[in-house]
Design a protein around this ligand. Structure first.
Ligand code: PLP
Ligand code: COI
Length: 354
């Protein structure tokens, strides 16, 4: 694929103090764009200066929410090189999301080329300090200029990039999570497994309520019975209950996280008893009451491994592991980030140098 590059004549100064980066607040000098329509397919791949978009007021995405996205990171290794973590998984998940939302799928090789060429151009924006990275946000939206409701005939795919620090202000310190028993995020047969903007819009009300009560995010229950644990707002969850590590199984309403998959593979490899299964919230509440819940953590690209120090369910507050970082959470954090930052040998072949 031929990617036309137009360099930004006015590059910005890169941040020097990485401690204030936060998440997704500043953006690099360029963005990748690719256009699709029903007649021509994907065409006009280009890297252009980062700029505002101009879209038609009747554009599909503005009215009917035809939008999907991904999130992955570029990491600066000690030798100065930059690498991605399992990018093919993001491309495949994006194609699954596209299929669900009737947006166009992308040839994997071309999507990978786009990602690599874009990151190569912007790699100087990848910060080097511990815990920092260059967050990549590929996204796609339907852009038909008509109000009819139908599958998309015109779409745009973009990649933007943002140097980031930690997602939660707590960093690796435990976060407080509220179990949501009113709103639901997704139902089976719906779009839960797709990474589409609408899932997040539907989450905001509960998220706001939780935040007002001092919680970082909500933990969703299944949308049918409100009985089984699903996932957190921006991460999957894992619990160590006695000798078993439990993570909710993928039933269609949970995002199949790449960090989740990596944690499962790592833990299995190390001989841990990890099971993907349905986890009733009452079982979790019991484990919190009788003290068999030893650790809980969330896992995701933005959040990395995020220990959970408090869970609130039906106004009961449960402290997990004395609100401290657990041994296993710390071990997973060290292993996953060690591979991502190139500090630990990547025997799985997960990393891709740009
Ligand atoms: N669940 C939700 C709802 C998310 O937004 C994310 C973040 O992408 C995850 C789980 C974790 O997925 P991943 O590990 O692929 O980043
Ligand atoms: C990610 O972890 O990449 C996410 O997309 C989470 C989020 C900020 C929605």
């Amino acid at each position: 694929m031929d990617i036309k590059v137009t360099l930004n004549p006015n590059p910005k100064a890169k941040p020097t103090d990485t401690s204030t980066l936060g998440f997704g607040k500043i953006f690099t000098d360029h963005m990748f764009r690719w256009t699709w329509d029903k007649d021509q397919g994907w065409h006009d791949a280009r890297i252009v200066p980062f700029e505002r978009l101009s879209i038609h007021p009747a554009s599909t995405v503005l009215h009917y929410g035809s939008e999907i996205f991904e999130g992955l990171k570029a990491y600066r290794r000690a030798d100065g090189k930059v690498q991605l973590f399992r990018p093919i998984e993001n491309i495949r998940r994006m194609n699954n999301s596209a299929e669900r939302l009737c947006l166009p799928e992308m040839p994997e090789d071309d999507a990978m080329q786009a990602l690599l060429e874009f990151v190569r151009l912007e790699q100087d924006w990848t910060p080097a300090d511990k815990g920092t990275s260059l967050y990549l946000r590929p996204f796609m939206f339907g852009d038909d200029e008509s109000l009819g409701v139908h599958a998309v005939h015109h779409a745009e795919f973009l990649i933007i990039a943002s140097p980031v620090g930690s997602y939660y202000k707590e960093g690796l310190n435990p976060v407080k999570i509220m179990i949501e028993d009113q709103d639901v995020r997704a139902v089976r047969g719906g779009t839960g497994y797709a990474k589409c903007g609408g899932n997040y819009a539907a989450s905001n009300r509960a998220g706001e309520r939780a935040e007002q009560m001092g919680y970082s995010q909500v933990l969703w229950l299944d949308g049918v019975e409100r009985k089984y644990i699903e996932e957190v707002g921006a991460m999957n969850v894992m619990f160590k209950i006695g000798d078993e590590i439990v993570t909710p199984k993928l039933t269609g309403s949970i995002l199949p996280g790449i960090t989740r998959k990596s944690c499962i593979e790592l833990l299995k490899d190390e001989g841990y008893n990890i099971n993907e299964r349905l986890l009733p919230v009452e079982e979790l509440a019991q484990a919190m009451t009788d003290g068999t819940l030893e650790e809980a953590w969330g896992c995701g690209t933005a959040a990395v491994i995020s220990p959970i120090g408090e869970l609130c369910y039906k106004e009961h507050k449960y402290t997990v592991n004395n609100n401290e970082i657990g041994e296993l959470s710390q071990h997973l954090y060290d292993t996953v980030t060690g591979i991502q930052w190139g500090e630990i040998e990547d025997k799985y072949g997960w990393t891709v140098e740009v």
